[in-house]
Design a protein around this ligand. Structure first.
Ligand code: FES
Ligand SMILES: [Fe+2]
Length: 360
């Protein structure tokens, strides 16, 4: 057997991009592989907690689903009186009712609406009616399980049993984007939207991970960047694509870059533009159905609508159209796998290697 990361069907992704073949087409169409990826990749990933700014004040509670409609683990953000933010299981340790069903801003504790069990905002069991005489009660098992949290500026991420620590996962973003005051990013509700794509989540990511298609698929975007300067950098769990702006006025201040596109494995895209940050979270719904969740955080509103990050809706539709077309292609009986361009597809190759390493 060849060295490399073994795919679901026993074939490999060669670590040398010059010899490597792409993911087998069955990866993008086999429902059994999709289920495997959900458990082995997504349940072990870091995920953005959408709209976490709603839990900004002490006493806030914000229920959320960890990668809703895919992993779908009910969790909640709780900020205690001293301002400490935690992510807890949102499932009552008595008989499994969901504890918190809507955001609150001045909670002193959590109380289950089924039989009245109470918990502190740090998840500790506080009290339970009608439980006199119950042996070994309460115990640690009656506290709410806590899950890991990580923060990047105003962004909050959670993980159940992550394959990588938050700091290792996020380190390249912290380092490469140190020139921006990330703590000053302000969420902008007008940039919140969702798109549905009739294609595999992984095809959507493959497409994101190369600028190769920009001149062919995105005519307007291509005019805003200098394609000759487009490059990809690889990190352990992420990659960064950058390109210089065609016009100096559309670059970051003090730099010639038009955009910094970070892909954080397996499904988080942080797109930094001179105006701020556009986030795309890729949510796998079925083997050939994907939701893309957009969020925007602004640094400099005056630069909105300009340059590479100017018309994101148009670029999104162009990407969706091509990715849906590829989904039809990978169903072909006559297509199996392709090859990578070493100059242009290092990010796709890196993604496929991580994916096969975790999903098997
Ligand atoms: S399920 Fe919560 S108190 Fe019974
Ligand atoms: Fe694209």
């Amino acid at each position: 057997m060849q060295d490399g990361d073994v795919c679901h069907d026993g074939r490999v992704i060669d670590p040398d991009i010059r010899s490597a073949r792409t993911l087998p087409a069955s990866f993008y169409r086999d429902p059994a592989v999709f289920e495997q990826v959900r458990e082995r990749v997504f349940a072990r990933s870091w995920q953005l907690v959408l709209d976490a700014e709603q839990a900004g004040q002490p006493g806030s509670l914000l229920p959320f689903s960890f990668l809703g409609d895919c992993v779908d683990e009910p969790l909640l953000l709780a900020r205690d009186e001293s301002g400490t933010l935690r992510a807890l299981s949102n499932v009552c340790t008595h008989r499994g009712n969901l504890l918190c069903t809507k955001a609150e801003t001045c909670a002193a504790h959590l109380r289950c609406r089924y039989h009245g069990r109470r918990f502190a905002l740090d998840g500790r069991f506080l009290s339970m009616p009608e439980f006199e005489g119950v042996r070994d009660f309460p115990s640690r098992a009656d506290d709410l399980p806590r899950v890991q949290l990580g923060q990047l500026g105003p962004l909050v991420f959670a993980a159940l049993e992550p394959a990588v620590s938050f700091e290792e996962w996020i380190a390249p973003v912290r380092k490469q984007m140190a020139f921006l005051p990330l703590e000053k990013l302000v969420p902008d509700a007008s940039g919140s939207r969702t798109y549905q794509v009739a294609a595999s989540w992984a095809l959507y990511c493959d497409n994101y991970l190369e600028g190769f298609h920009v001149p062919y698929v995105h005519a307007a975007l291509a005019k805003t960047i200098d394609y000759g300067t487009y490059r990809t950098e690889l990190f352990g769990w992420s990659s960064l694509q950058v390109a210089e702006a065609a016009a100096a006025a559309d670059a970051f201040e003090g730099s010639s870059l038009a955009a910094c596109y970070f892909f954080l494995f397996p499904n988080t895209m942080l797109n930094f533009y001179p105006w701020g940050l556009s986030i795309n979270v890729v949510v796998p719904l079925a083997v050939d159905r994907t939701r893309i969740v957009y969020r925007a955080l602004v640094l400099d509103p005056a630069k909105r609508g300009r340059g590479a990050g100017g018309d994101l809706d148009r670029v999104e539709h162009e990407d969706e159209e091509i990715v849906e077309q590829v989904q039809r292609g990978v169903r072909s009986r006559l297509y199996d796998r392709g090859r990578y361009s070493p100059a242009r597809e290092a990010g796709v190759h890196h993604f496929h290697r991580l994916l096969t390493r975790l999903a098997g």
